[in-house]
Write a protein that binds this ligand. Structure first.
Ligand code: MSP
Length: 509
């Protein structure tokens, strides 16, 4: 049975510079999307940019341009990162697209007209800078002054539309009580539940102080304000308001986000959807934060590492592998260059890379570059059992979003296969003509393990996986083979291997 998976990342602010923290969420989503495609699932994977709002309008003005030109210039800096990281998104949303305005309009109207007064006109009070014509929050101020004009701000009030979030406390609590899997991991769910129990305040969803956004349909001098606009991107791309058939096929989604925006995704968003008569997200999974040298990444303290700095040195495959393997998905983790070199050398160069080059070289030398005729299980020792056990655990971990655990399981097979070579010593067997059959069996089992490994690493290291696959002599793709072909005995004797360059050359610290 084909299952569908709709997986999303947050949409990023185009005026920010992408760093490895943003890369972290997007790589995780890609790993998951590719895994599901390999299983044959019907996947829709979405990422994009969050292009509306006062901040963008203001920054554009400061640089002497209009907001649309500004975001058009900025947005490609995100896509170029995703391209180099081999992010296989199916759709890329920019909130400035007409389809998004259509969805925001539809959702606002549905909520406004739900008969419960869930959107109402109220008074917003905030700190206003007359020169910026914009509101600031207390912590955006510098020494109590406007961060741009360095002049005092005024307490001002303005008429805004509000969303009646306070009416959704009971419904949200009931949702998370009966379907706890909707917010993961558990620590985040507890946080969300206690937040709701403390009482929810209605929030403002419109502004009249700027115009860069989607107008409120029944009162267009009001512009839809940040989160109502941004969150709606997830249903826009699934077809809400433009393609109901698609929407039925993919919604509800799995949202991968950083823990910083859990409140918006697990409190505001499901309430907005309930108010509009739409099912809440299937699951919100909030991962932890990446730190560099123990510090939160930021532009100002030089800890905001651009993904290119690492991709240039390690390659996209190793980049993807390192972050997904090193940090438990859901927990905070720290990045360091040293730990990346160490893991690269241990797991990739010495582990998988070495296994592949040894086995392929021996197939070349002892069998003229062909997979030898052998009984698949003779002399294979524990390998077939370990492979099948690892496959099962890989699937369980991936389905439970234990991304690091899934990779750890795969590397048990790498370790086992390297150990097998040491124990069976094919290089010694090759010197004893009477043991040719045993040699053939050992190399058959080793090549077969490599084949299974190529399939299992495809979602995390798509290029290295295909290269290994090609070296093993296959001409179709791993995706065409599918995860179902990862059971023992699939490689055909007589297959011509095509030894190539080493997959992961060793790096110096
Ligand atoms: N535009 C909003 C999100 C709207 S979603 C409807 C936004 N954008 S952002 O550009 O600031 O990106 C936030 C996301 O980037 C975080 O939720 C997280 O997924 C990722 N990360 C940003 N810094 C991070 C770390 N230091 N570590 C891990 N992930 C981080 O908020």
């Amino acid at each position: 049975m084909t299952r569908s998976l709709y997986v999303t990342t947050p949409i990023y602010y185009p005026n920010d510079v992408p760093h490895i923290g943003h890369g972290y969420t997007t790589v995780a989503a890609d790993f998951l999307a590719r895994y599901h495609r390999l299983r044959g699932d019907d996947v829709l994977f979405l990422t994009g940019t969050d292009e509306h709002g006062q901040k963008i309008q203001r920054t554009a003005q400061e640089s002497g341009t209009d907001p649309k030109t500004f975001v058009d210039e900025m947005e490609p800096r995100w896509r170029e990162v995703w391209e180099r990281l081999e992010i296989s998104y199916d759709d890329y949303i920019r909130t400035t697209e007409p389809r998004h305005a259509a969805a925001v309009t539809k959702l606002l109207t549905a909520v406004y007209e739900n008969g419960r007064d869930d959107i109402y006109l109220g008074t917003y009070e905030g700190l206003y800078c007359v020169s910026c014509e914009a509101y600031y929050t207390e912590d955006e101020l510098v020494d109590g002054l406007c961060p741009i004009h360095h002049r005092p701000v005024e307490r001002m009030t303005e008429e805004n539309y509000f969303f009646r979030l306070s009416a959704y406390e009971d419904r949200l609590l009931e949702l998370y009580e009966t379907e706890p899997e909707r917010v993961q991991p558990e620590v985040r769910r507890n946080e969300v539940v206690s937040l709701i129990k403390q009482g929810l305040r209605d929030f403002s969803i419109s502004r009249t102080s700027f115009d860069w956004g989607v107008p409120i349909p029944w009162d267009p001098k009001h512009i839809t304000y940040v989160w109502f606009d941004a969150l709606t991107n997830y249903i826009t791309a699934a077809g809400y308001g433009t393609d109901e058939e698609k929407f039925a096929r993919y919604w509800p989604a799995l949202h991968l986000i950083g823990k910083d925006i859990i409140r918006f995704h697990a409190v505001y968003w499901p309430a907005m959807l309930m108010a509009g008569g739409v099912e809440p997200p299937r699951e919100v999974f909030a991962h932890g934060f990446l730190t560099v040298g123990g510090q939160k990444m930021s532009k100002t303290n030089a800890t905001g590492i651009h993904p290119f700095e690492l991709i240039d040195h390690f390659g996209a495959d190793a980049y993807r592998y390192y972050f997904m393997r090193e940090i438990q998905f859901g927990q905070d983790g720290s990045f360091s260059w040293e730990s990346m070199v160490e893991r690269y050398n241990a797991d990739l160069a010495n582990g998988l890379g070495n296994l592949a080059s040894r086995v392929l070289a021996m197939l070349d030398s002892y069998f003229g570059g062909e997979i030898p005729e052998a009984d698949p299980r003779a002399a294979a020792d524990r390998l077939p059992d370990v492979a099948s056990h690892v496959l099962g655990r890989f699937i369980d971990h991936m389905d439970g979003l234990e991304l690091s655990g899934a990779l750890a399981a795969v590397w048990e097979l790498v370790g086992e296969a390297n150990k097998y070579l040491v124990e069976r010593e094919p290089w010694a067997l090759s010197k004893e003509p009477a043991r040719r059959e045993e040699l053939a069996s050992v190399l058959y089992a080793s090549a077969e393990t490599l084949r299974i490994l190529a399939i299992l690493i495809q979602p995390i290291m798509p290029t290295a996986a295909e290269r290994l696959w090609e070296q093993l002599g296959f001409s179709h793709t791993i995706l065409e083979a599918g995860l179902g072909s990862a059971s023992w005995g699939g490689i055909e004797p007589g297959t011509k291997i095509r030894r190539g360059e080493s997959l992961f050359p060793r790096l110096d610290a």
